[in-house]
Write a protein that binds this ligand. Structure first.
Ligand code: AMP
Length: 128
C-alpha cells in the first residue's frame, strides 16, 4: 500500500504544498514544532533515507537547501534545523524546522495547533 506521503504527492490526500519538482515534494508538517516546519520527501517511495540512491539523496539535500533559505527568509529564524528521525511514516523525509534555540527542536514538546488559514498563509509565503 502506498505511504501517506505518496498519497499526498499523488494529490489523494490534501497538503499545504510548499514546493515540488520532478523528484521531490515539500509540504507543511501538520503537527508543527514551529511555524514553517516543513517536510521534504522524495517522490520515489523509499523508507530509509540512506537507502536512496546517491543521486536522489544529493538532489534531496539541494532541494531542501532551497526550502530552508525560504524558511529563514520568512521566519527570520537564526538557522533551520535539518532533522531525520522518526519511525511513524515509512517514507524517507527531512524535517526543516525554524530554530532560534536548541530547545526549539524537541519532538516531545507540544505541537502548534494552527488554523487552515494560518497553514495556507505560511505555505503561500514559502512557495515563493
Ligand atoms: P516521523 O516519521 O516520526 O518523522 O513522523 C512523520 C511526520 O509526518 C510527523 O511530524 C507528522 O506530523 C507528519 N505527518 C504525518 N501525516 C501528515 C500529513 N497528512 N500531512 C502533513 N504532515 C504529516
Amino acid at each position: 500500500m502506498a505511504s501517506i506521503f505518496s498519497r499526498i504527492i499523488a494529490g489523494e490526500i490534501p497538503s499545504y504544498k510548499v514546493a515540488e519538482d520532478d523528484r521531490f515534494y515539500a509540504f507543511l508538517d501538520i503537527n508543527p514544532l514551529a511555524k514553517g516546519h516543513t517536510l521534504v520527501v522524495p517522490k520515489k517511495e523509499v523508507d530509509y533515507l540512506y537507502d536512496l540512491d546517491d543521486e536522489t539523496l544529493a538532489g534531496m539535500i539541494l532541494f531542501a537547501k532551497k526550502i530552508a533559505a525560504r524558511i529563514r527568509r520568512e521566519t527570520g529564524c537564526k538557522k533551520v534545523a535539518t532533522v531525520v528521525l522518526g519511525l511513524e511514516v515509512p517514507h524517507a523525509h527531512i524535517h526543516l524546522i525554524p530554530m532560534n534555540d536548541e530547545n526549539d527542536v524537541d519532538f516531545h514538546k507540544e505541537k502548534l495547533s494552527l488554523t487552515p488559514e494560518e497553514f495556507n498563509e505560511i505555505a503561500e509565503k514559502l512557495s515563493r
